[in-house]
Design a protein around this ligand. Structure first.
Ligand code: NI
Length: 176
C-alpha cells in the first residue's frame, strides 16, 4: 500500500462526474488499498476516487476503526428518515458545516473481488456513504449545507450562509 496525495480546494477534479469501473483490475484493487491507507493517515472516515485524482467510481468508508468498506460503483438505492449534523471533508481542510442527510441508506456496489455487496447503513455511517457517493458526482458537502461554520476562529461562533461561503471559496481564501 502507498499513501496518495489528497486533492484539496478548488481543483476541478473534485467537480468532475466519475466514470464507472468496467473491470476490476489489480490497479483498482491497489487503488482501494492506497485509499484506505491515505484515509487513515489523514484521520478521515471516508475517501472517494477523485480526492486522490482518480476519476473512477470507487470509495472507502471506515466510521468504526477496523470496519472498512471498499466499494466499486457504489449506488444509494434506498433512503429514509433524516438527520442533521456536522460534516467536514479531507479535501476542504479546516472547514465544517451542517448538512441534512437521510438517517438510513441502502448502498449497493461491488467489493474488490467483484462480489455484489449490499450495506444497510444508519446514522453516521449513512452520512459517510452519502458524502462519498456525492464526491463521485462532483458534489461537495457545502453544496448541500444548511450553513457553513466560519473558517477562521471566531469567538462569536458566527455561521456563514451557503451564498457567503461560495463567495469566500470563489475568492480562493485559505481556511486558516
Ligand atoms: Ni469529502
Amino acid at each position: 500500500m502507498a499513501k496518495r496525495k489528497i486533492i484539496t480546494g478548488n481543483d476541478p477534479v473534485l467537480r468532475t462526474v466519475c466514470a464507472p469501473v468496467q473491470k476490476i483490475t489489480p490497479g483498482i484493487v491497489r487503488l482501494l488499498d492506497d485509499m484506505v491507507e491515505t484515509m487513515r493517515a489523514a484521520e478521515g472516515v471516508g475517501l472517494a476516487g477523485p480526492q486522490v485524482g482518480v476519476l473512477r467510481r470507487v470509495i472507502v468508508v471506515e466510521t468504526e476503526p477496523g470496519n472498512v468498506y471498499r466499494l466499486i460503483n457504489p449506488e444509494i438505492v434506498a433512503q429514509s428518515g433524516e438527520q442533521e449534523g456536522p460534516e467536514g471533508c479531507l479535501s476542504l481542510p479546516g472547514e465544517s458545516g451542517c448538512v441534512k442527510r437521510p438517517m438510513n441508506v441502502t448502498v449497493k456496489g461491488l467489493d474488490p473481488d467483484g462480489n455484489e455487496v449490499t450495506v444497510e447503513a444508519e446514522g453516521f455511517l449513512a452520512r459517510a456513504f452519502c458524502h462519498e457517493t456525492d464526491h463521485l458526482n462532483g458534489i461537495l458537502y457545502p453544496d448541500k449545507a444548511e450553513y457553513m461554520n466560519t473558517p477562521d476562529p471566531d469567538p462569536e461562533g458566527e455561521k456563514m450562509t451557503p451564498a457567503a461561503y461560495r463567495r469566500h471559496r470563489a475568492a480562493g481564501k485559505k481556511s486558516r
